[in-house]
Design a protein around this ligand. Sequence first.
Ligand code: ADP
Ligand code: TYD
Length: 210
Amino acid sequence: MKGIFITFEGPDGSGKTTQIRLLAQYCREKGYDVVMTREPGGTPISEAIRSLLLDPSHKEMDGVTEALLYAASRAQHVAEKIRPALEDGCIVLCDRFMDSSIAYQGYARGLGDDVRVINEFAVQGTQPDITFFMDLPAFQGKQRVASARELDRLEQEDLSFHNAVYEGYQELKKIYADRYVCIDASRSIEEIAAEIRERFDAYVICRTEE
Ligand code: ADP
Ligand code: TYD
């Protein structure tokens, strides 16, 4: 793979979408080819699955169905968009990836390690090079989105669910310490963006020297 695969993870409302846009702009100004994408979604089929997943009226959705739909959406996204872009040498910036499934479905829904297994199958070896973890307590993220937009099915889960998601990420940070970069997301948008740019530049220098 010639490209760089960067994912953004963290609780709802932690600032992932805001920061991914700023990093995309920075990378484009530096002359890189950038693909900015999101999960669930990123391709027509994956966006159709996203609508099924996030529809607040689908209250009866079973946890296993939910986990399989996220994985199916991801399989299509990787095959159709992410892997080809990486093969072309692009920087792929993805708003959430399989760690979200492990945190939300594996930890918070309590489905355990099966979630990692189905996602390993879905991504067929395509894994992030860097994961920016936007570290913000769940209640603060909830406060930010509550005032900003209509809540989707997952965002409507209660605070204990979102606290379990946060705990799941704490485990992921340890398991994938080699690629996790933990960002204090309680600061101003510009302070956070500056740190992300620094970390990105440091990674690129490191990789060029290899
Ligand atoms: P996410 O993609 O993680 O859900 P967003 O980037 O959509 O988060 O941000 C959620 C809300 O919080 C938006 O209204 C956004 O403008 C606001 N926001 C983003 N970053 C910050 C920040 N550092 N401080 C305060 N508010 C923020
Ligand atoms: P997203 O649009 O990124 O939400 P936000 O901007 O609030 O962070 O993702 C939609 C919801 O789907 C979000 O609540 C997290 C959840 N989700 C999972 O439960 N599993 C997954 O694998 C992914 C990618 C997202």
